[in-house]
Design a protein. Structure first.
Length: 140
């Protein structure tokens, strides 16, 4: 498996998985809005570099998303990613029940732009991303 890392901090990792052909975001803990901005830029660069249409967001260890970060994600990241061709977003839900509420709220907004599904495990999310969506197949 070939991995190209776009961002690596103690709080988040963004990389391109060339075998799976998707961007993988691993949230490791809480992070500030400034770090969300850095993560968004890393994601968008990976997306441009590889014309990525799929993303696996491993949010198991994610903490509460601050309101200003939520606005940034919904107002900037998701529309930009969709405009660049993002079609499918698989989200592995947080273990923290407090964080779960904010992630579920974000997912509702994401669905306006991209096909988004929630999963309990990384394996389930990867399996879903590996199968072409019915909408994509219908367009072919």
């Amino acid at each position: 498996m070939s991995i190209e890392v776009y961002l690596e901090t103690s709080r988040v990792r963004v990389h391109w998985d060339s075998e799976a052909r998707w961007i993988y975001i691993e949230y490791r803990e809480w992070f500030a809005t400034a770090e969300v901005d850095t993560g968004m830029e890393a994601f968008l660069k990976a997306q441009r570099d590889h014309r990525a249409t799929k993303c696996l967001s491993d949010s198991r260890h994610r903490r509460v998303v601050q309101p200003d970060a939520q606005k940034l994600l919904m107002g900037s990241w998701v529309p930009q990613a969709a405009a660049l061709g993002l079609k499918r977003l698989a989200i592995v839900l947080p273990i923290s029940q407090v964080a779960l509420g904010t992630v579920e709220s974000l997912m509702c907004g994401y669905r306006e732009y991209v096909e988004t599904e929630a999963f309990a495990t990384v394996e389930e999310a990867a399996a879903w991303l590996s199968v072409e969506s019915a909408a994509v197949v219908a367009q072919a």
